[in-house]
Design a protein. Structure first.
Length: 444
């Protein structure tokens, strides 16, 4: 039997969507208040409406954290003994305080997270109740939510707390949650991909090194990669979906657990963090179709054109803000050139980097034909045997916690209000445009 409700919706919505697209094409440059119609219907691109202290994204220079670029931070942030990559504890300290950390500062952060890292048994029980084929990001979000009854902020708010002190329990929730995330993420990884053969944490290791250990990859280079990976993915100013979600949900005075779990649901979208698993699948599909793990640049170009002709995007290329190669892509490329420059899949990534921007740029429809961070991360992880693509976004999420939760602490310290933008209807917008036309005619 036909679903009459569904049919009625399609009857109404599909012609309406076509009407809107045609209207925006004709009137997109009309300004309503301070925003153009094309911006209203285009994801609010370039609309200045948020405050985020931890990082800033420049279209051409890329991301900076408290004014420091990724290359600068790779030099300036403290490192683990014998490691060339910065410790994520350092960039968290920088985002939270605004000051470059000393090795002693970083050691304090590590010690705090080690102290706060034990995960209650009921969290593992909640995860074990899920089917093992539940997507790791869904499990990750549920694991975070299972911690929520430990929220210091929620308990303080319930008994009464002055709003000027909201930052204090928010800081406690932030530190407690970040400390536990590697254990939860590694538990999901071992549960899904290693038949529940879990690895206990090592209290002698730093935050990222211990995460690598619990994943079960003991290669010292992989620990270095995790330190780099968890540093460069921490933040991307406030307008990206996961950061904005944290801020939006947090603005309702939801605690850090509720806010961050919501952020992970945003990160799980294919147009946000889930893109990192789409990239490596696209690369392996290309290699399988071509029958080689080292396709020529000519073959890559044709595969890109075939992908576009099929109405699909080339994953890992393009960015809402950036108009140059993502510095996070470059950081990963430099790591690979230092440690395994002959890896075949990594070299495919570099060949795509040589080809894709020219092809995409030649179309004249794409503002940014350059690679973003997702274009490289999968191939780097595959080198160390981490080829469970569905788990890649969880790694991203563990890192992103550092930036968005540091920002949440600042939101509470500044007393930022509930976020509530104004919306309009299409009919209101059409009436506004007609009134503007009539006014212009009268003035002429």
């Amino acid at each position: 039997m036909q679903d009459r409700i569904k049919a009625k919706f399609a009857e109404k919505a599909l012609p309406f969507a076509k009407e809107v697209r045609e209207y925006v094409k004709e009137h997109g440059n009309v300004i309503i208040d301070t925003v153009s119609i094309s911006q209203l219907y285009g994801g609010m691109r370039d609309v200045l409406s948020l405050l985020t202290e931890t990082s800033l994204l420049d279209a051409h220079k890329g991301i900076s954290f408290r004014g420091y670029s990724i290359p600068e931070l790779k030099e300036l942030l403290p490192k683990a003994p014998g490691c060339t990559e910065p410790l994520p504890e350092g960039i968290f300290y920088l985002m939270l305080t605004g000051d470059l950390p000393t090795p002693e500062d970083v050691a304090l952060v590590t010690a705090e997270w080690q102290k706060r890292s034990p995960v209650p048994a009921e969290v593992f029980a909640a995860l074990d109740a899920l089917p093992t084929d539940t997507h790791p990001m869904t499990q990750f979000s549920i694991g975070i939510m299972a911690l929520q009854n430990q929220s210091v902020f929620a308990k303080a708010y319930e008994v009464g707390i002055n709003k000027s002190d909201y930052w204090d329990p928010t800081y406690e929730d932030t530190m407690n949650l970040i400390a536990k995330l590697p254990r939860i993420a590694a538990y999901i990884f071992r549960r899904v991909y290693h038949n529940g053969s879990h690895i206990e944490p090592d209290a002698t290791l730093d935050w990222a090194g211990n995460f690598a250990h619990m994943l079960g990859i003991e290669d010292p280079q992989f620990k270095s990669l995790m330190r780099l990976y968890l540093t460069i993915h921490v933040d991307h100013e406030g307008g990206n979906a996961s950061a904005h979600t944290t801020h939006l949900v947090g603005s309702t005075l939801s605690d850090a657990y509720l806010s961050f779990s919501a952020a992970m649901n945003a990160l799980a979208g294919p147009l946000h963090g889930l893109a990192n698993q789409e990239v490596i699948r696209w690369i392996f599909d290309m290699c399988e179709e071509l029958g080689t793990n080292r396709p020529t640049k000519e073959q890559i170009e044709q595969y890109i054109r075939d992908t576009l002709a099929g109405g699909k995007v080339v994953p890992g290329y393009g960015h809402a803000v950036l108009r140059s190669p993502d510095p996070r892509f470059i950081a990963q490329m430099e790591f690979c050139k230092q440690h395994f420059p002959d890896d075949p899949i990594v070299n495919v990534v570099w060949d795509i980097f040589d080809v894709a921007p020219k092809v995409l740029g030649s179309l004249g429809k794409i503002k940014n034909p350059w690679p973003n961070v997702d274009a490289h991360s999968g191939a780097t992880l595959v080198h160390y045997g981490l080829n469970q693509y569905n788990f890649y976004t969880v790694l991203f999420g563990v890192s992103r916690a550092l930036g968005v939760l540091a920002s949440l602490c600042w939101d509470r310290a500044m007393g930022l209000p509930l976020e509530r933008p104004k919306s309009i209807t299409f009919e209101w917008m059409k009436n506004f445009v007609e009134q503007q036309k009539a006014q212009q005619t009268a003035n002429n």
